[in-house]
Design a protein around this ligand. Structure first.
Ligand SMILES: CC(C)(COP(=O)(O)OP(=O)(O)OC[C@H]1O[C@@H](n2cnc3c(N)ncnc32)[C@H](O)[C@@H]1OP(=O)(O)O)[C@@H](O)C(=O)NCCC(=O)NCCS
Length: 162
């Protein structure tokens, strides 16, 4: 498996990984797949601490991870939010961890101070991945989202990079 920066040719495959989660899962609070234009915008974003990585296995994109500014207000300048998605038939094989370790190393090099991630519950795999990568739980927002006719709790995790 190869971890590398995303390129335009990856967008269709990785958007399909996300689309499945939007339509059938609760890891994202999106209810519909994202238009390709949004993926192209995400790929084009190259500010400090903005990264878009893919995991490729035998010529197929099997996962991706990304980082972006947490909020636009200037005092959040040194905080980034991360996300990670792995295709169902490749989960539990170390792909998420490999993506995150590469992403976190890039963020350290960028001088980012704090990384945060929101995990919609239940999601044992994501909580385990974040903990394995050194994140600690900050707290849980009860009923932060509503999907499939039920309230969904959201646990925030953080990792201080330096
Ligand atoms: C969450 C997700 C990204 C994890 O990626 P993954 O490739 O399946 O995870 P990995 O195989 O790299 O495992 C990472 C760690 O979590 C643990 N883990 C993985 N799946 C687990 C599970 N179902 N239950 C408990 N622990 C689990 C692994 O043991 C590993 O820990 P270790 O390195 O100390 O052994 C992936 O399952 C996924 O894409 N799920 C759907 C979308 C999603 O939830 N995205 C996250 C949004 S916050």
């Amino acid at each position: 498996m190869d971890i590398r920066r995303a390129v335009p040719a990856d967008l269709l495959e990785l958007s399909q990984i996300y689309a499945r989660e939007a339509l059938e899962g609760h890891a994202t609070f999106d209810l519909e797949p994202r238009p390709m234009e949004l993926w192209r915008d995400k790929l084009a974003a190259d500010g400090p601490g903005e990264h878009f990585l893919v995991a490729e296995h035998r010529g197929t994109v099997v996962g991706y991870a990304s980082s972006a500014p947490y909020r636009p207000r200037p005092a959040y300048l040194h905080t980034r939010e991360t996300g990670v998605y792995v295709a169902p038939d490749h989960q539990g094989l170390g792909t998420g961890r490999a993506l995150y370790e590469t992403l976190l190393a890039l963020l350290v090099d960028d001088g980012v101070h704090l990384v945060v991630a929101g995990v919609a519950l239940p999601n044992d795999a994501s909580l385990a991945l974040h903990r394995a990568c050194g994140f600690e739980v900050v707290g849980t927002m009860r009923g932060a989202g509503r999907k499939f006719d039920r309230w969904i709790d959201l646990t925030w995790l953080q990792k201080v990079l330096g």
